[in-house]
Write a protein of this length. Structure first.
Length: 364
């Protein structure tokens, strides 16, 4: 394994509600992660030089890594960026499968943040958000999407197994107070996959290898923020500012979950049942799978109590990184900082937001 950080820091554990469901089979696989940070939120050290030096850092925090991308249905061939030189504006994203801009697309990359169900026939959607206390179940109320719309949102086609992709959603769970004294929670349910078709006129076939669900206790604050993009940029508000999601003027600031035995859960509606195995980070988990009220879909319900997870951060001068890590970072990565993208990487002062899956590439 490569060494990333000259400075090694292990920050105190964060309170997180995390669960993951992974299903490695054909059309759908489900991964779920949810997190809330304590104290209040983990913030990266200030950039523009740590002790006067530039460098590349890495933060291992699965609860934040879940927030690295906005929804997007992209042309996989056009958007491939092996040398890290392609401009963001040169990338191609589709509003739907009928979008004239994607008429010649034969290979699709998909990242979809799922939306609340609006009708009983909706699929690939959030049916319910709730909390469970000794007094009983408290159902959440959908408040808004934040941002209200993303620049690369798209409309899917459930008959082809393609979900629609939009922004994260804000929910109120009445009376279930988080560390802010409020009862708002941010939900991030996403799936990643790809689609292929033999020609521009044929029907694409979509496969998804991961679903992620992240729930965050949040409070709202005003400010000026960058939007997260479909290619993984604009993360300063997420990692540096402590937001779970944000618009250009509002931030859903991550707070702490209550630790009084309250459990949190989500119900998700899919066209078919998941299979194989489940894994995750939550206490006293409960998983149920039932038919929908119309018997035309299945509803996956997952709940549990928050748990504590660690966050690691380290930083190194560019010249001290191995050639393998330099190549990886030059090919593009979800980053936070001021000057990533300038020609000379010795001038970079940024951090790579990594997940635990990448721990084999580097250690701090």
């Amino acid at each position: 394994m490569e060494r990333v950080g000259q400075n090694r820091k292990i920050y105190r554990a964060v309170l997180a509600f995390v669960f993951t469901i992974s299903i490695p089979f054909t059309s759908n696989s489900f991964a779920t992660a949810a997190g809330s940070d304590d104290p209040k939120t983990f913030l990266l050290p200030q950039f523009n030089g740590q002790n006067g030096a530039t460098g590349v850092g890495v933060i291992f925090d699965d609860s934040q890594a879940a927030l690295s991308y906005a929804s997007g249905l992209g042309d996989a061939n056009v958007n491939s960026n092996p040398d890290g030189t392609q401009a963001v504006g040169a990338k191609l994203y589709c509003k739907n499968l009928q979008d004239a801009a994607c008429a010649k697309t034969t290979n699709f990359n998909v990242f979809a943040i799922l939306q609340p169900c609006k009708t009983e026939s909706d699929l690939f959607c959030i049916q319910e958000v709730y909390a469970k206390t000794p007094a009983g179940k408290v159902s959440g109320k959908f408040v808004e999407n934040l941002p209200a719309a993303g620049p690369t949102d798209f409309t899917g086609d459930s008959s082809l197994g393609l979900p629609s992709g939009g922004p994260p959603s804000i929910w109120q769970i009445p009376g279930i107070k988080n560390s802010s004294g409020g009862d708002n929670y941010t939900l991030f349910v996403s799936t990643r996959g790809r689609g292929t078709r033999s020609s521009a006129t044929s029907t694409p076939i979509f496969q998804f290898n991961e679903y992620t669900v992240a729930m965050y206790a949040t409070s709202m604050k005003s400010g000026t923020y960058q939007l997260v993009t479909a290619d993984g940029s604009g993360l300063d508000a997420i990692v540096g500012g402590g937001c779970a999601t944000n618009s250009e003027s509002k931030c859903a600031l991550r707070e702490s979950f209550p630790i009084d035995g309250t459990a949190f859960g989500v119900s998700l509606r899919f066209p078919k049942a998941p299979s194989n195995w489940f894994y995750g980070r939550l206490s006293k988990p409960s998983f149920t799978l039932n038919k929908s009220t119309t018997n035309s879909a299945v509803v996956l319900d997952v709940s549990g109590e928050p748990v504590t997870v660690p966050v690691l951060f380290g930083k190194s001068p560019w010249a001290a990184l191995s050639p393998a890590l330099q190549k990886m970072y030059q090919s593009g990565f979800p980053s936070v900082g001021k000057i990533y993208g300038v020609p000379d990487p010795n001038q970079w002062d940024v951090a790579h937001l990594a997940s635990s899956r990448e721990i084999g590439r580097a250690h701090v």
